[in-house]
Design a protein around this ligand. Structure first.
Ligand code: SD4
Length: 337
């Protein structure tokens, strides 16, 4: 099981204390470049381009995306390249190859992508394809549709030249065997066992794109589709405003259409941080009995390059590339007691 979540809880304590004191910034161990100069900078107020922001500790993804942008590439290529890193990483138990399976022991994948012109593509309940984000992009660019699912998505991928692969690693299989013995209830799925990547990028021209890709909640019911491939739920961008993406228990993101909500709040003048907080508040208000059990985290970026992050509870973190640096930050969160 992914252990890095646990390691991160310690760092989150530091970061949240800093957030509370208005001293958001990088501690030495949060800065992947070992750059301590930014120690007292408020990253939410920074506004230089290009910018990449991704859920969780996704340094390799932001590096791949930043390389595209630094070479003058567009935001769409950047988010696709970024998302492909965790998809191919067998250590990432929530995305692509190595993703934890559903209750039947089958890895099923959800992904979506959106560009600065409002084009969108998605796949859901896709099996045996390593890079669902690239299939989603192909749906966007080569079909009149937005989303393909299951067998139809697989047939489309194969027709487009993608190859079938077994995505269930020995490690993931063992977790599934263990789950079958323990039969943990759905409510025990939390930030400890999911790492979906949502990634947003603004390129040097100031155009935005976003991507989101996941194997969904571990040990979900067979056939279950979460928020991640749903345009407006798991991710949404609007080139007039900015973009947002989500991670966590997708049912609550879907019920509040979180990413679309955040973008619309920013359109009305909220900062990315305020918009993320309002979207979490919406879950708390609508689902007061369950929000403590079902974790959700949001990221947002506006066209000025300012960003925001907020989770239901402690543990959510994000990777930011801006001003030439990749930094890992703990997100602020709602549930303080
Ligand atoms: C889902 N939102 O399928 C995804 C899960 C997730 O990290 O974020 N995992 O509900």
């Amino acid at each position: 099981m992914t252990i890095k979540r646990r390691k991160f809880l310690k760092k989150s304590v530091i970061g949240t204390a800093m957030a509370g004191s208005g001293l958001w910034g990088c501690t030495t161990d949060q800065n992947h470049n070992g750059n301590t100069a930014a120690a007292s900078i408020n990253p939410h107020s920074q506004s230089s381009l290009p910018i990449v922001i991704a859920t969780w500790d996704n340094l390799k993804a932001t590096e791949a995306a930043a390389e595209v942008l630094n070479n003058g590439g567009g935001a769409l290529d950047a988010v696709e390249q970024g998302a492909k890193l965790p998809e191919a990483d067998p250590q990432d138990n929530s995305v692509g190859y190595g993703g934890l399976p559903d209750r039947s022991g089958i890895v099923t994948l959800d992904a979506c992508i959106m560009d600065h012109q409002g084009n969108a593509g998605a796949v859901c309940f896709l099996q045996n394809i390593m890079h669902p984000i690239s299939v989603a992009r192909r749906v966007m660019e080569s079909t009149p549709h937005v989303m393909l699912s299951g067998q139809g998505a697989l047939e489309f991928a194969l027709a487009e030249g993608f190859e079938e692969e077994n995505l269930l690693t020995e490690d993931s299989k063992q977790h599934w065997e263990q789950w079958k013995v323990e039969k943990k209830p759905y409510g025990e799925i939390n930030f400890e066992n999911h790492d979906t990547i949502g990634i947003l990028a603004l390129d040097q021209q100031g155009n935005i794109s976003g991507a989101c890709t996941t194997s969904g909640l571990a040990f979900k019911m067979h056939g279950r589709v979460g928020d991640s491939p749903i345009i407006g739920a798991g991710m949404y961008v609007d080139n007039e405003v900015g973009g947002a993406c989500a991670t966590g228990v997708g049912e609550y993101v879907m019920k509040t259409l979180g990413s679309f909500l955040i973008v619309e709040l920013m359109r009305q003048g909220r900062s990315p941080q305020e918009a993320c907080e309002e979207a979490i508040q919406r879950i708390v208000k609508r689902h007061p009995k369950v929000y403590r059990e079902y974790e959700v985290g949001y990221l947002a970026v506006n066209k000025k390059g300012q960003h925001g992050a907020y989770g239901t509870e402690q543990g959510f973190e994000y990777t930011l590339f801006q001003n030439g640096n990749h930094n890992l930050f703990p997100s602020d969160y709602y549930l303080k007691s």
